[in-house]
Design a protein around this ligand. Structure first.
Ligand SMILES: *[C@@H]1O[C@H](CO)[C@@H](O)[C@H](O)[C@H]1NC(C)=O
Ligand SMILES: *[C@@H]1O[C@H](CO)[C@@H](O)[C@H](O)[C@H]1NC(C)=O
Ligand SMILES: *[C@@H]1O[C@H](CO)[C@@H](O)[C@H](O)[C@H]1NC(C)=O
Ligand SMILES: *[C@@H]1O[C@H](CO)[C@@H](O)[C@H](O)[C@H]1NC(C)=O
Length: 460
């Protein structure tokens, strides 16, 4: 038997221990008593503690990271919640419904209204004007109260203001036989519209889908009596600079013997016709001037163009076209004519996009084009496919289907009253209606229906 010696040394005081080994299974085995050594337990424990505490702080750190990761979405949520709650207020702020600024504007509008009513009372002193004065005084008290507390519904006050403003405009016009001389105008709203009495493809062809057309609308107009006219928007269906006239119905129907007038040097000149807006009245054609908030008057005799700016639209003259399903490009400002003269139909930011209708007057002595009165309706302009004037009443149409249009709304400038229960159908050929105008001489309605020219008889 072979003895092997294992020399073991402890770390502490270098004690040596001899251990006998035994040969077993081709290897040497020996039993060692480990108790004899001094294990550096303290150091080990200290180290262990350090490791554990390090572990602890690591855990804490991890927890912190974990917690802040959890907090972050919470904070996000709070921010989102606050933003969400602020949104309605911001909306109101942007819309100017409750801000101090809109209160001030309201006050200014009221000041102007009071001045108008005082001026009117000097002209017309009757029960109606006294009643209006009283109503304005009451409104003034309401608005003064609003400055102290936001307690009154601003919308109601605005509606009241609109109503009163319209009443002042209507009162001012009553002395001048506002409804016109015609008896049929006194009968009330339009009752019926016939099937088309004229159906003709435009002389410019079916590809020119936008423009205006009609017949002389002023009875005692020398030279241009009874003439038919068409104003096509040859420039991308957006603008045009020519007016074509025909001396007779026969020439018009045969597209023969026309005479062309050029109102501007190009399709994008300041005097160019913008949108399907034109109407021929007397010795001139009136229309929306290209790329501007103004109305132009082109005189057939001296070829001069006179203009007047519309109130309250400034740079926003392409914001409120006629729409219904599809919008008609550049149909924002529409000149019309009826028994009482010229009108302009449009919309402003001040009217919140609702249709505004202004009286347009031409002073042939002073050669001045002017806007003299303005009414605000409650019909959003983009909810109407077109509109026209007749007997001082604004009528608006909507798209019914590809083959029908319907007059569904009326606003009477003589009373400020509106009616949205109308349902006067109009047959059409094309889907889109570029322009629709009334002629007070023969009470016909002229529609530029894509490439077709249609006329209807109106009944009262
Ligand atoms: C010797 O080795 C064999 C195989 O490796 C094993 O089965 C046996 O248990 C061992 N004997 C001893 C005494 O360790
Ligand atoms: C915001 O939080 C409040 C209270 O916790 C809750 O009632 C409200 O619905 C939240 N609003 C939004 C927009 O999340
Ligand atoms: C409208 O005119 C059509 C055709 O002339 C007629 O059938 C219809 O009864 C008229 N409607 C009214 C309300 O007068
Ligand atoms: C335009 O009409 C208004 C209102 O009737 C009037 O106050 C103003 O003086 C007119 N302007 C011109 C240039 O005639």
């Amino acid at each position: 038997m072979l003895f092997l010696l294992l020399l073991l040394a402890s770390t502490g005081n270098c004690q040596v221990q001899y251990v006998p080994g035994q040969m077993k299974n081709d290897s040497c085995a020996c039993e060692v008593n480990t108790n004899v050594w001094l294990f550096p337990a303290k150091k080990y424990e200290a180290t262990l503690q350090q490791v554990e505490s390090c572990d602890d702080s690591l855990k804490k750190l991890q927890e912190q990271v974990h917690r802040s990761k959890q907090r972050l979405p919470e904070i996000h949520e709070v921010v989102e919640n606050i933003t969400g709650r602020l949104e309605p207020y911001q909306y109101l702020h942007y819309k100017g419904l409750y801000s101090a600024l809109s209160l001030r504007q309201l006050g200014e509008e009221l000041d102007k209204l009071e001045a108008d009513i005082n001026a009117m009372s000097l002209q017309v002193n009757n029960d109606e004007s006294t009643k209006l004065s009283k109503e304005v005084q009451k409104l003034r008290r309401d608005v003064d109260m609003m400055h102290m507390a936001d307690s009154i519904n601003m919308k109601t006050v605005k509606e009241k203001l609109r109503y009163l403003k319209n009443s002042v405009e209507s009162c001012l016009s009553i002395p001048k036989d506002f409804k016109g001389q015609q008896r049929y105008c006194l009968k009330g709203l339009m009752m019926n519209i016939s099937a088309p009495v004229i159906t003709k493809v435009s002389p410019y062809g079916k590809n020119i889908i936008s423009g205006s057309w009609g017949q002389q609308a002023l009875a005692d107009s020398e030279g241009l009596k009874n003439i038919f006219w068409i104003q096509p928007l040859l420039h991308g269906h957006l603008s045009g600079n020519t007016i074509r006239t025909y001396q007779s119905y026969e020439d018009f129907m045969a597209s023969a013997n026309h005479k062309d007038f050029t109102v501007a040097l190009s399709n994008v000149h300041p005097n160019t016709v913008e949108g399907p807006s034109a109407v021929l009245y007397g010795e001139a054609v009136y229309y929306h001037c290209y790329d501007s908030p103004s109305i132009c008057r082109y005189d057939f005799n001296n070829k001069a163009v006179t203009r007047v700016e519309l109130p309250g639209i400034e740079k926003n003259y392409r914001k409120f076209p006629y729409c219904y399903f599809d919008c008609r490009a550049n149909s924002d400002v529409d000149v019309e004519v009826d028994e009482t003269g010229l009108w302009v139909i449009y919309a402003t930011f001040g009217s919140h996009g609702n249709i505004v209708v202004s009286k347009l007057s031409w002073d042939s002595e002073a050669k001045i084009l002017n806007i003299t009165q303005t009414w605000e309706t409650r019909l959003f302009k983009k909810a109407a496919s077109n509109a026209f004037m007749s007997c001082g009443v604004l009528y608006a149409t909507r798209f019914l289907d590809d083959y029908h249009e319907e007059v569904f709304y009326a606003f009477d400038t003589a009373t400020g009253k509106e009616d949205n229960t109308l349902a006067l159908r109009m047959e059409k050929i094309g889907k889109g209606v570029a322009s629709l105008s009334y002629n007070p001489i023969n009470r016909q309605l002229y529609m530029f229906n894509d490439g077709y020219l249609l006329a209807y008889q109106a009944h009262f």
